[in-house]
Ligand binder design. Sequence first.
Ligand code: ATR
Length: 279
Amino acid sequence: MSSGKPDRYAVFGNPIAHSKSPRIHALFAAQTGEAVEYSALLSEPGKFAQDVRKFQMAGGKGCNITVPFKQEAWVLADELSDYAARAGAVNTLAFRADGSLYGANTDGIGLVRDLQRNHDIRLQGKNILLLGAGGAVRGVLQPILETQPESLFIANRTADKALELAQDFAEFGQVVGGGFAAVKGRFDLIINGTAASLQGELPPLPAGCLSAGGCAYDMMYSAKPTAFVEWGRAQGAAQALDGLGMLVEQAAEAFFIWRDIRPDTQAILKKLREELAVG
Ligand code: ATR
């Protein structure tokens, strides 16, 4: 295994320069002893499929896909995992020996693992509020519903998109959608899947919507607490978390798909958090 050249993987996105994925996979490779080389590759709109094929022809074994190419990767895949099929988005492609492409979506698994395993936050039987109705939320809905929460409310600025999503995923559990004005009652867990944190903004939530002992989770992360993490703290959340752990866990699942070995994510997450703080 360790003789010869390492197997090549990459992440495609635009922008891609600040992606943490190469660092995460380098840490996975060092920890597991797998001979893996992982780089960040910029693709341009309209050129994604061609760039993936080029990478495959050059001997690449698989790739991750981030914004804005996850839907295109879904179209490109020859076979899809269950989660990817329903998400309409692929964040992991494995290049098979026969040249075909297997597409998976590990984002939802990453989120659920980070919550349950890294932070001991149970989802089963809980009332969950999920903010946003874009690609990020669609990608995590099925795995969340499969944990069997008591209820799941999807709130979005554009209410119709939340209603549509709830309808699309109704077969997996108790899920309702609406606008932010329709957010009523208290929730054990509030997950922010909107792009608001990117702009330093906060989705308009009514005061008191987080239960005593409840948790706030932002799917985004940054060196400083995001606006939503700050909001969670101000609401007295038992835990107010950002999405760095989700990023590491979705990467670990991709690594498992490619290499059939699971990295120990705890140590790596701790290291990344330290590195993020230093900048
Ligand atoms: P992604 O793939 O990251 O989910 P997207 O599909 O463009 O990106 O979706 C962005 C999500 O963030 C949407 O739910 C969007 O709300 P709308 O559907 O109403 O556009 C939400 N969003 C973006 N900026 C926001 C803000 N400042 N406040 C609240 N929601 C915001």
